[in-house]
Design a protein around this ligand. Structure first.
Ligand SMILES: Nc1ncnc2c1ncn2[C@@H]1O[C@H](COP(=O)(O)OP(=O)(O)OP(=O)(O)O)[C@@H](O)[C@H]1O
Ligand SMILES: [Mg+2]
Length: 391
């Protein structure tokens, strides 16, 4: 066997929807070597024009300290742009630790297996989950129709309608004041439109009530962080469980036993989410003391604690630096991947929107001016004129 080329180490298995990257026994000693691999990877993946499950083989791979930074950064970019979910094989404990440290918390979180077969099985499970969602999505998951909403004389939404498919990530974009937040507020029942209907999981309503929306599995985060600043991360996340709690606070005080058992169950679920979002080290910290990016992550955690079917995120990456945005993008993708949660998000960062969305709706002055895949929207002259052209 001669020396294997980079081309040989990137194998696209069409039948499995899986892209295999074989780093085994490779040594990356400097950033240029990392670039060589990832340039080829990105070229191949961009040419294939689809997302793949990633299978990454690490056995015997050595990444020198001088190459780590680049290795982590490039891997992350490629993941965000092309991965449907990633499984890894044969990473040593050391490699694993290094990857976690260098790639930032959000990446390479889990999914490390002993053997290639185990990894392929895991990919098979992920695909099955996606397919089940695909089958379900033939019925309307969420549809808003002809929504008119105004406040006094101020028009917020004028005849807006669109559909959201189950299991997908949809984005709402548009300039300031376009009506994006209002639209989320209509979907979760906080605003009641004068005209129009919201259909969610087969039920059509003139307007949703917030409590009904929450009960049906709709959770959201807000444009301005809405957390209890003096309370710890853990306690804030527990408030996300409120709807699921059978006993109320008074009962909890009176009947300590059953309430405590119930509390423990909720704790377990919340702990799972804390693990998932990698915020273990700050679980006892009052939220007000955390940097902004982490507060945003805690707010996502609280929404996830409600185990939503539909998650509405109002500018989850606003005010974040590039790295924090990358982390949040990865979490959004992971939530969608691992729990099949349908997500509607509002975001101004076009790069992020284009990278992670299946579907994009463009609002301007309360009207829908375009919708489609990220590529369709990006190429739409109306959108370019109204919005993208400005930035
Ligand atoms: N509760 C309200 N009372 C009065 N006017 C409102 C209310 N909510 C929204 N509006 C108005 O509706 C219009 C759309 O606002 P909305 O917050 O939905 O826009 P947006 O697209 O989310 O903007 P941004 O990008 O700035 O967050 C604005 O003119 C706004 O002032
Ligand atoms: Mg808004």
């Amino acid at each position: 066997m001669g020396e294997r080329t980079i081309q040989d180490r990137i194998i696209l298995h069409d039948d499995l929807g899986t892209a295999e990257f074989d780093f085994s026994d490779m040594a990356f000693t400097n950033p240029a070597e990392v670039d060589a691999f990832y340039d080829e990877t990105d070229r191949r993946l961009a040419a294939a024009d689809q997302r793949w499950y990633f299978l990454v083989l690490y056995s015997g791979c050595v990444i020198a300290p001088t190459a780590w930074e680049r290795f982590a950064a490039r891997g992350k970019q490629t993941n965000i742009a092309f991965s449907l979910g990633t499984v890894r094989v044969g990473a040593t404990a050391q490699t694993r630790e290094a990857i976690r440290e260098h790639a930032g918390r959000a990446m390479f979180r889990a999914n490390i297996f002993e053997t290639r077969d185990q990894a392929l099985f895991a990919i098979g499970e992920m695909r099955k989950r996606k397919e089940t969602l695909g089958a379900l999505s033939s019925e309307t998951f969420l549809r808003v129709e002809n929504i008119h909403l105004s406040f006094g004389g101020v028009r917020s939404l004028a005849g807006v309608g669109f559909e959201v498919n189950r299991g997908e990530i949809s984005s709402i974009i548009g300039p300031n004041g376009a009506g994006k937040s209002s639209m989320l507020n209509v979907i979760n029942g906080v605003y009641h439109p004068q005209v129009g209907t919201v259909t969610f999981m087969g039920k059509t309503r003139q307007h949703m009530r917030p409590h009904a929306a929450a009960n049906q599995g709709i959770a959201r985060t807000f444009q301005n962080i809405a957390l209890f600043k003096g309370m710890t991360v853990l306690d804030n996340m527990m408030t996300g469980r409120n709807l699921k709690m059978k006993t109320n606070f008074l009962q909890q005080a009176l009947y300590w036993g059953p309430a405590q058992r119930e509390e423990l169950e909720h704790r377990r679920k919340v702990e799972e989410i804390i693990d998932f979002l990698e915020i273990n080290s700050i679980r006892k910290t009052p939220v007000g003391r955390l940097p902004y990016g982490l507060q945003k992550r805690v707010e996502l955690g609280r929404a996830l604690a409600a185990e939503p079917i539909l998650l509405l995120l109002d500018e989850p990456m606003a005010g974040m630096n590039a790295e924090e945005k990358g982390d949040m993008a990865r979490f959004v993708l992971d939530v969608n991947d691992e729990w099949g949660t349908t997500i509607v998000l509002i975001e101004h960062d076009m790069g992020v929107v284009m990278d992670i969305s299946n579907h994009v709706v463009v609002l301007d002055h309360g009207e829908k001016i375009a919708e489609g895949t990220p590529d369709e929207v990006r190429a739409d002259p109306v959108v370019i004129r109204a919005y993208l052209g400005e930035g």
